[in-house]
Each structure stands twice: as C-alpha cells, then as structure tokens.
Design a protein around this ligand. Structure first.
Ligand SMILES: Nc1ncnc2c1ncn2[C@@H]1O[C@H](COP(=O)(O)OP(=O)(O)OP(=O)(O)O)[C@@H](O)[C@H]1O
Ligand SMILES: [Mg+2]
Length: 226
C-alpha cells in the first residue's frame, strides 16, 4: 500500500501535510503519534471515509484512487482493507452474529457463505458463545473483538487497527498480542495506530512516527520514541 502526497485539512486547519509512505504486503507497522494528531483521520482517509484536500493512495496493484472512480471500485477497494475502529462502530440494535453478518450482507455475499463464514470468524476471536448477545450487552473488549471479526469476514489483505489497547487494562492488552501474531501468521499486512508505548516496545516492529503534520521517523525495528 502506498500513500502519496496526502494532505488533510479540516476547516482550513491542516492535520497532515504532504505525507507519503509505503507499506509492503505482509508488513507489520506501528504508526505512533500524540492524541489528536490525526491517526484516525489518516485511517479514515485511506478508506475514503472523507475526502482529503489532495492525495493518491495505491493498494498494491489495485490502481490509484484519484477523485474519479466508480462506487463499484470503491466497494471492492474497501473489501481489501479491514478496519478495526477506535470506537468499534457496532450496530447497537443487532446481536454479535448480526453485526458480523451485516458486513457481508451489504456486500451481497450469498446466504450460504454468510452462514459458513460468520461462525468461523467469531470462533477465531473467541466470541462464538456470545453470538446472540446484543452489542449493548458487551464489555469494551468484547465489542472490540466483534469489530475484529467484522474486519476479517472479507479476508482483507490489509488490517488497520486504531488504538487496539486504548480502553484495555494492561493484562487484557496482552491478549491483543496473540491476535497480532495470528494476523501475522495469516500473512496480512497489519497497520496499527497507537500511543501505547508498552505494546510498541514489546513488539519491536517497524515504527513510523509523525511530528508537525509530517513523518518524523521511519525505522525497523524500533521503539516508541516520540
Ligand atoms: N470530522 C472532523 N471535522 C473537523 N475536525 C476533525 C474531524 N475529525 C478530526 N478532526 C480534527 O483533526 C485532528 C486529528 O483528529 P484525529 O481523531 O485524527 O486524531 P487521533 O490522532 O486519532 O487522536 P486520538 O489519539 O485521540 O484518537 C483533531 O484536531 C480533530 O479535532
Ligand atoms: Mg484516534
């Protein structure tokens, strides 16, 4: 995945200024930055959740996103990227199973594929027994795992995870490591936005840090060093 010359601004306030970065297939990368610096905005712009001021984003050989592409292209592009949002973005009136199934329904998967895939991914994140609970009945960590399951249903090439340990106690945060390792074994490209020094220093992977709206350092392996 390649982000070329991305500039992002809100109401004329620049959040990112001419950022370019390249992440190879199968790489594991931490993006570290202070709160309110633009991590979530960077992720949202990668999946075209809003339109940055100027940009090109390339996902492997999938072509370049300029302003002009079809809805169909966007749908296919988004399926290649599974995002686990900081605020989970679950549908509260739906159960665990329905939340994950819904992600497939909106992409027009066949019913028989949904019935097969949803229990598989729920098992993978250890939530199969809670499949009939409503999103409102879950703890933060359970909600996060529904969000992981939902990101995995499309077998995406790239997983982007925003603040995996943001709301977790340090012990539960260690469970996250097991999930990282599993994703690595599956050969996924994993991009993690975080300000958790502990996980970055424990994991020792490529670390991209930002400062003054630009990339400040890009080292592999590296520590949390802001
Ligand atoms: N939709 C929006 N409209 C206007 N300003 C926004 C919008 N989204 C984000 N911003 C601004 O952009 C800046 C970066 O926000 P963002 O949420 O991307 O930061 P972050 O690095 O993810 O922070 P955190 O570590 O707290 O999650 C903030 O100053 C925020 O106020
Ligand atoms: Mg954020």
């Amino acid at each position: 995945m390649k982000v070329d010359n991305l500039t992002l601004s809100f109401w004329n306030k620049i959040v990112l200024n001419k950022v370019s970065l390249e992440i190879k297939p199968g790489e594991f990368v931490f993006i570290i930055w202070y709160s309110w610096s633009g991590k979530t905005s960077l992720i949202r712009s990668i999946i075209w959740d809003f339109k940055p001021a100027s940009w090109d984003i390339v996902l492997d050989n999938w072509g370049v996103l300029y302003g002009n592409f079809s809805e169909k292209f966007l749908r296919q592009y988004r399926r290649k990227i599974g995002v686990i949002f900081q605020d989970y973005k679950l549908l509260e009136s739906k159960t665990v199973y329905e939340n994950v199934a819904f992600a497939m329904e909106v992409c027009n998967y066949k019913e028989k594929d949904i019935i097969k895939k949803v229990p598989e991914v729920l098992e993978q994140v250890g939530l199969l027994l809670k499949k009939d609970k409503f999103a409102t009945e879950l703890s933060g960590w359970e909600k996060q795992r529904v969000s992981i399951a939902r990101a995995l249903v499309h077998d995406p090439e790239v997983i982007i995870w925003d603040e995996p340990t943001g709301n977790l106690d340090p012990k539960t945060a260690l469970n996250i490591m097991e999930i990282f390792e599993e994703l690595g074994r599956l050969g996924k490209t994993v991009i993690i936005a975080t300000h958790d020094k502990n996980i970055v220093d424990t994991y020792k992977k490529r670390v991209i840090s930002f400062k003054d709206k630009k990339i400040f350092s890009d080292e592999n392996p590296w520590n949390y060093n802001l």
